[in-house]
Design a protein. Structure first.
Length: 234
């Protein structure tokens, strides 16, 4: 059963090149909060040079929220208005270890908006793109989302809102069918604590043990320890 679940890794840095990572998905899955959690970890814990980019031009509040996180963490934030500008910003941040790219939420049923989002990533194969899917999503809707976002070169699946889910069997089914490695699980709204590196063992454990929101195990596999959260306050 464990072997059926494709598992990737958390973000891997250290080869001397700038790593650019984009986060895409439907509205309300927690992209901006997830970006903030990862930025906090890599900037404050790993002591990496991190920059934030947002191409969320639809929700001004989202950019303002990310600006608040950037200011608290002490890292730069740039707003991108078009595909050409994204290329220039990536060139600008070549001195960084990690560039995290937040995006506007897109309905899986709006192909025009999905194509618009996909245009930012055309020809930019170096960007590692993670599709965020909420654990609360119904099985059919989750399958539709993964299929619709296929116009974007998705490298990883990132599962959010595990703390709000009533069951986890659909996550196992979709992880197996999508054949995209899982990267992270998010388990709450707290920044930076509520995120952990994905593991097949953790997913199977949730399926077998879970009976309600209050029973969500909190000992997910974090950075450097299998019994601690991914981040801690500093």
């Amino acid at each position: 059963m464990l072997k059926l679940v494709p598992i990737g890794e958390g973000l891997q840095l250290g080869d001397g090149r700038t790593k650019a990572v984009a986060f895409v998905g439907p509205t309300g899955v927690g992209k901006t909060t997830t970006v903030a959690k990862l930025a906090s970890h890599f900037a404050l814990v790993e002591k990496k040079r991190v920059a934030l980019v947002t191409i969320d031009t639809y929700r001004v509040a989202s950019a303002e929220q990310l600006q608040t996180y950037a200011r608290l963490i002490g890292i730069p934030l740039d707003v991108v208005l078009g595909p050409a500008a994204l290329g220039k910003l990536l060139e600008k941040h070549r001195d960084k270890d990690l560039v995290l790219i937040d995006t506007a939420g897109r309905s899986q049923r709006n192909q025009e908006h999905l194509r618009e989002l996909a245009s930012f990533f055309q020809g930019r194969h170096a960007i590692e793109t993670h599709l965020l899917v909420a654990a609360t999503t119904k099985d059919g809707e989750m399958e539709e989302t993964i299929e619709s976002f296929g116009c974007i070169p998705i490298r990883r699946l990132l599962l959010t809102k595990l703390d709000e889910a009533l069951s986890f069997g659909n996550l196992f089914n979709q992880a197996v069918c999508a054949k995209k490695p899982l990267s992270y699980f998010t388990t709450g709204q707290k920044v930076p604590e509520d995120i952990e590196v994905a593991s097949a063992e953790r997913l199977i454990d949730l399926i077998l043990r879970f009976s309600g929101p209050q029973d969500l195990p909190r000992e997910g596999r974090g950075y450097g320890s299998s019994r601690k959260p991914a981040f801690s306050h500093h």
